[in-house]
Design a protein around this ligand. Sequence first.
Ligand SMILES: [Fe+2]
Ligand SMILES: [Fe+2]
Length: 196
Amino acid sequence: MMSAETTCASNGKEGDNNGAQFSWEIEKLPVGLLSDPLDYFFADHHRQRQAALIIAKIADGHFNKDGVRALIRFLEIDFARHVADEEISFFPLLREQCLPEDGMDALLEKLIEEHKADESICVDVLEILKRRMHGRMLQGNDVEKLNSFADHLKSHLALENGALLPIARLRFDSKALDVLSELLKERRKEEAGLQK
Ligand SMILES: [Fe+2]
Ligand SMILES: [Fe+2]
């Protein structure tokens, strides 16, 4: 449970009275889920939805120091890793496993374009969040940028959950699932090695 200050920037008062039930936490994923890679992607998408809700909350004038700190870390590390999981590991396997009638090439092209747009907006969003951590209020078109990123994330998730994962569940056999699982685990081992 988050314990740090929670403020409503719009009135400067302590306490987030409009969002008493709101959670600033982004859930952790159990490492064991990597053995079920499609479930892992679905669960990771749920975390991104949580991040989108937090970003919209910040755009609405609310602030929680621990929550924003965790969000920055999520966007810089977890979100970047998710895009690598998809573009480097998952999407090439989808191209191999899917049939022409699945229309996978066009779908992946669209998703990769959306990733590029996300990465570009994310740079601005991180700058806004870091300014907020230093006590600066939202200014100019910050609110628009935050809401635009949150909306973009949610529509991307809807497309991946609604179209990409169902096709993968249909086309991936146990061998493909094992390969994907190993690739995801390998990426995390490499990251852990770099951090030593
Ligand atoms: Fe995704
Ligand atoms: Fe994606």
